[in-house]
Design a protein around this ligand. Structure first.
Ligand code: NGQ
Ligand code: ZN
Length: 457
């Protein structure tokens, strides 16, 4: 047993002061007591929050951040032209490249307050579109990168079979497609890894209704759930108006409505983006218990649109955050961008609040951490007995946090700070970031830089 003392800590029912946190040997919270004495405990350097889960990542896209911000030849630049650039970028990536990119990414995310990463893994085949000889080769590299960093990982191999509703996949998409045998072999390999790794979980990511037929999705969800009833299912949905229009044309239904109606959606499903929703879809998604996986900095970067948060929160909808294309890598930045998009759309302030929780920073962090961990099948997401000890300790010595604790510290972090205010990060009882430093960061930075120089040469 180990005890930590926090001047203030974000607990399941709000901020508490003078908190003693007891951990057991397995790295799980054993007891939490507020208003306690610091005697004999390790003193933490500032206010403490539960580690955040990053529910949506395509790790390789970190290497593209900043490379796609130029006007194209026609001046008509949007999500679908970005996607073409992305396809050209990934065509040459090797497993070594992906591992170097992912290793650097994990460290950046840990320093940004994320303790778990959900990798929506669709870059699965070799450059010719054939399965790697070693089943799950690319996913194993992401597992290796996460392990070296100390970050928890939920790996979600993707079901990707077609280019659009009923149309074949294109050349740029050939690295995403695995046939049934290859996808089964990958899943079996990842499950073997998870069997002896307490920080690793495995689920399934049907890419989207565009990229897999409804019947295929239903069949694969049933197969995966038969092996593991708790397996998370993540799917992209309704990110762009064109996707909604194509779905309507092909099926007569909007994507989120169709997913809710035709698939066994429950609280272990995460609908990524879910940006373009009709009112009944907002209510239906909230009522299903599924989580909306919002990726605010990427959605802004790609020109996706604005998620209807006020109505969704009124309906008690659950949400989590993802860094997706990794133009941002800090939990605070995602939450700030989420609230900012709402203020721009509604001309209101303090949108993500309730009379009971008036601090937007507190509400956003606590709810995203709780729903994010749950929908990635990770026993984390709150500072509470029985949960894995994933902690983010703020830099109490920062002049910016002088005189601010509790909700004011959360609001300062979310609305005026970022990775700079994160001092120490713990995953499963182990410190992985100490005094703003990760033990592997110099090596990971050098490998990432070498990879980038080669890719850009
Ligand atoms: C992805 N990214 O899978 O990387 C997608 C683009 C698609 C985002 N949606 C590809 N942000 O949706 O077809
Ligand atoms: Zn995505």
């Amino acid at each position: 047993m180990r005890t930590l003392f926090a001047p203030s800590a974000l607990l399941p029912d709000g901020w508490a002061q003078q908190v003693v946190i007891t951990l057991d040997e397995a790295g799980t919270f054993a007891a939490i007591s507020a208003g306690a004495s610091p005697d004999g405990a390790e003193r933490l350097a500032g206010p403490v929050l539960p580690g955040m889960t990053d529910v949506h990542s395509h790790a390789f896209q970190r290497a593209m951040a900043g490379l796609t911000e130029r006007r194209g030849p026609t001046g008509d630049d949007h999500f679908w032209t970005w996607r073409e650039i992305m396809y050209r970028f990934l065509a040459r990536l090797s497993p070594d490249d992906v591992e170097a990119i992912a290793a650097h990414l994990c460290i950046s995310l840990l320093k940004g307050g994320f303790t778990t990463l959900a990798e929506f893994h669709y870059l699965q085949a070799d450059p010719d579109g054939r399965p790697y000889v070693e089943p799950g080769e690319m996913g194993l590299r992401i597992i290796e990168a996460a392990r070296r960093s100390g970050m928890a990982l939920t790996l979600l191999p993707s079901l990707y079979r077609q280019g659009g509703f009923g149309t074949p996949h294109t050349g740029g998409q050939k690295r995403f497609v695995l046939d049934d045998a290859a996808l089964s072999a990958s899943l079996a390999r990842f499950r073997r890894e998870a069997a002896h790794d307490r920080l690793l979980r495995v689920g399934l990511a049907p890419h989207s209704l565009r990229a897999a037929a409804l019947g295929d999705i239903a069949r694969w969800v049933a197969t995966v759930r038969a092996e593991d009833a708790a397996a998370p299912i993540h799917i992209h949905a309704a990110e762009q108006p064109r996707e909604v229009a194509e779905c309507l044309a092909a099926t007569g239904r909007r994507p989120v409505g169709l997913i809710l109606e035709a698939l066994p959606v429950d609280e272990r499903w995460c609908l990524i983006h879910a940006t373009h929703l009709a009112p009944e879809e907002i209510d239906g998604l909230a009522a299903s218990g599924a989580v909306a996986g919002l990726c605010p900095t990427t959605e802004a970067n790609l020109g996706d649109g604005v998620f209807p948060l006020p109505r969704y929160l009124e309906q008690q909808g659950r949400f989590a955050i993802g860094t997706d294309s990794h133009v941002g890598v800090a939990a605070a930045e995602e939450l700030r961008s989420l609230e900012a998009s709402q203020r721009l759309a509604t001309l209101r302030r303090a949108v993500a609040t309730t009379p009971e929780e008036p601090s937007a920073g507190t509400l956003l962090w606590r709810r995203a951490a709780e729903a994010g961990a749950a929908v990635c099948n990770q026993p984390a997401g709150a500072i509470a007995p029985g949960r894995r000890a994933d902690l983010v300790v703020l830099d109490g010595a920062s002049p910016f946090l002088a005189g601010r604790t509790g909700a004011l510290a959360a609001d300062t972090l979310v609305f005026a700070g970022g990775s700079d205010l994160v001092r120490d990060v713990m995953v499963g009882g182990t410190w992985v970031v100490r005094d703003k430093h990760h033990r592997d960061e110099e090596r990971a930075e050098a490998a990432f830089a070498a990879t980038m120089r080669r890719l850009l040469a």
